[in-house]
Design a protein around this ligand. Structure first.
Ligand SMILES: CC[C@@H](C(=O)O)C(=O)SCCNC(=O)CCNC(=O)[C@H](O)C(C)(C)COP(=O)(O)OP(=O)(O)OC[C@H]1O[C@@H](n2cnc3c(N)ncnc32)[C@H](O)[C@@H]1OP(=O)(O)O
Ligand SMILES: [Co+2]
Length: 138
């Protein structure tokens, strides 16, 4: 597989509304999307645009959400994952699996409408990595 561009940095938060206010007032963020739910992923999401990438604020929808587990360990929230684009998600899965990495679950449709997968943090020095298939118009 070939590593593509950094699409977003996932930030877990107990409150998207409070985080948005912090990005707006402390860091001067102006391009802030409307929050939306992704029930299949168990999360509520809001994108804050930076000039070269996006910040993905993620709040759990319920206690079974992966973000709920993260917040139990880190109640104030914090950096949760990095997301890189890849040209072909199935090719990336095959390549990672052949190299002995653990791909978590099956591909799902992510917040940008294309398939995503996650690589277990133990394969990446403690970093949770999301790979998303790059949109066809990239
Ligand atoms: C918004 C939609 C989508 C998008 O389009 O962008 C998203 O980004 S969704 C984001 C949320 N979804 C996910 O994170 C799905 C993938 N995650 C998982 O499958 C699990 O969260 C996990 C990574 C396997 C962790 O499982 P969990 O049961 O929550 O935790 P454990 O207690 O079993 O922890 C195991 C191990 O992993 C460490 N860990 C957990 N989360 C992270 C993290 N975000 N970054 C780094 N390390 C993490 C945890 O500390 C444990 O380590 P050890 O104690 O050393 O075993
Ligand atoms: Co993400």
């Amino acid at each position: 597989m070939t590593l593509g561009r950094l699409n977003h940095i996932g930030i877990a938060t107990p409150s998207i509304e409070r985080s948005v206010e912090t990005y707006r007032t402390l860091l001067g963020a102006t391009a802030i999307g409307a929050p939306f739910d992704l029930p299949a992923q168990g999360v509520r999401v809001c994108f804050v645009d930076a000039p070269n990438t996006q910040i993905e604020l993620i709040e759990p929808l319920d206690d079974s959400s992966p973000i709920a587990g993260f917040l139990r360990r880190n109640p104030a929230g914090g950096q949760h994952h990095l997301c890189f684009e890849v040209p072909d998600i199935d090719a990336a899965i095959a390549d990672l699996t052949a190299k002995g990495a653990t791909v978590l679950g099956q591909p799902r449709i992510g917040a940008h409408g294309t398939p995503i997968i996650f690589v277990h943090p133990r394969d990446m020095g403690g970093l949770l990595v999301e790979l998303m298939e790059q949109p066809k118009d990239h």
